[in-house]
Write a protein that binds this ligand. Sequence first.
Ligand code: FRU
Length: 730
Amino acid sequence: MRKYHQFAFIILTIFGLLASCSQQEKKYRIGVSQCSDDIWRDKQNSELQIGAYFHDNVDLRFAVAYDSDERQIQQIDSLVEAGIDLLIVAPNQVSTISPAIDRAYDKGIPVIVFERKTNTKKYTAYMGADNYEMGHLMGEYVATRLDERGRIIEVMGLKGSSPAIERHNGFRKAIAQHPGIQVVATLQGDWTEPTAYNTVKQWISKNKGEKIDLVFGMNDRTAMGARKAFEEAGEALPLFCGIDGLPGENGGIRQVMDSLLDASYIYPTHGDQVLQLAVDILEGKPYEKETKLMSALVTQENARVLLMESEEIMRQSHYLEQLHEKASQYLDQLGNQRTLTFVALAAIFLLLALLVGIYMYYLQRARIQDERMLMEREQLDFYTQVSHDLRTPLTLIEGPLAQLAETPDLQHASEETSNLFSIVRRNTHNLTQLINKMLDVQVGGRKPDMTSEEIDAMTVQQAVNAPAGEGLIDEDASTVLIVDDNADIRAYLRTILQDKYHLLEAEDGQRGLEIAREQVPDLIVSDVMMPVMNGLEFCQQVKKDDISCHIPVILLTARALDKHQIEGYESGADAYITKPFSPDLLKARIDNLLQSRHQLKDLWAAMPATEPAATEPVTSPAPIEDPFIARFKQLVEERLADSSLSVEDLAAGMGMSRVQLYRKVKALTGSTPVDLLRKARLAQAQRLLQQSDLSVSEIAYQVGFASPSYFTKCYKDEFGTVPGEARKTN
Ligand code: FRU
């Protein structure tokens, strides 16, 4: 799973990089510190904003001090703190704001001072109109307007702010050139209309009836405040002049046009130009340190034209703003779509990563499962081996003990010897049980438990089944092949089986196979775990071979699990007995298997005798047709008439040795090949007697008898009547 996490992390990182690569280049954060909030500042701010529209990488932050020094200082410090890249500042007063501007400048932040000045040299550039010249021109205008004669009032801007000082100086310098013009009062304002209104109102109330020809307010709002005071006082209205000359409904140009003001002076805002200067500085382009903005007088004569022009400009600006809004909407949409695309791609990649992860997880699980199965198999093999190693000697202790118990020596032994013998038997049995339990716990298999009573019962059984006439064995007794690598087990099996069967022995599967083919035993008892060729392989080979395939195989093994038994039966075994085993059980199983073979051969052998009137040839198919027997019958039928036909000829015809043929035929049919040949001849003769007109002698020769008298004898032995009788019944 860790690999999967690494994979997902790499994919996400690639995505992050791709996303960041597609972002804009570095953003410039520009702080704008405005001293006041009024329509002149509004116009300038929106021009700054429009200027910024032309630069995607500019982020503007506005701060308004509302004519307060402290607030402006604090705001400049905050902007610097926030990490602005450049400061644009209109300082409220010349000296008060300088420390904050110096601090910003000293931190390496470029500073543009615009419109109002400071008393420090720590700024990068200055942009603004020439306020002295503006005041001077206004002085000249007033003198001309009043025909060099008149009384005027001057209402100042905020004390300490540079435009107020410079406009005053310019104005007074010009007025001084005209001795007919008398400045009756210089009143202190602060650029706002209410302050101008109040100061002028106070002056009027103190100087009632004094004739005034013109009031010069240092901006249009101040001039309008003064006008309001005069109007309210009901005094004869003088002329009012101001500065700013703003477009719009409440702007100075309209006020001049409407004759509320006599004249104004356009005080240029040019926010877009200030913004361009800022970008030039930030981008390291060349720029002017001091930029003087051009200006113009607004009078009754040009007000209409100027208003139209400025309103056209405002309309265009408005249009521009709308365009920008539309464009940014589209850009937003585009951005959203791009984000959506990225999200979709990321989701697909994540999904892929997830699929890979799940795949890897399953691979790993499968591997672990394989390893676990391998471990379990190895463990099972180990315990199977241990089981085999323990059960074999236990068999060799338990079995002989059981046999010993039946000997006269022990049956007549002293009580002490009997007790000791019982202790040995009981504990041997306990040991067997313990080992069985231990192996069951380890491999999860199940073995039947045998109680002490069962042992006793087994002993009684053995006593009942004890073989009579030991050592004497019937010639016709079946032959059993014992295959086991353990000589003790072979010896023990010999003691159990030798009284009843002829025995053959082999120490591994390979040797067992050779003996099985050569000697064709009637039954095989084989161990499973053996060197060279194990019992399963051996059993398979026995069942595969034409000569040995009919031989029943009993697997006798310590491999007690169901799964092992299944393996045994799959290899073709006819019975499976686990160690330690009961000798009687083994003998019963052997008898049973041999018996079932005899049943088959009896059935076959009886056929011709029980169906004497059958019209089919002797070679008619048996109900359970063994391929070997079918082949043998065919061979016999083909060569029936040949009186010199020997068993060797038949064996050669079947592709085996005489012994092999004899034992195989005997095992399957219970008769010898010679017997079968004779029976076939007689059956054919019987058929001919019933169906042909041939003489008995002719028939005898035709079915391969060399002498008719011998034929008659054999016929009588087989069917109980002489051949002539068959003729008669026909
Ligand atoms: C705007 C304003 C103008 C004036 C200028 C002087 O804030 O008061 O009316 O001309 O500032 O700096």
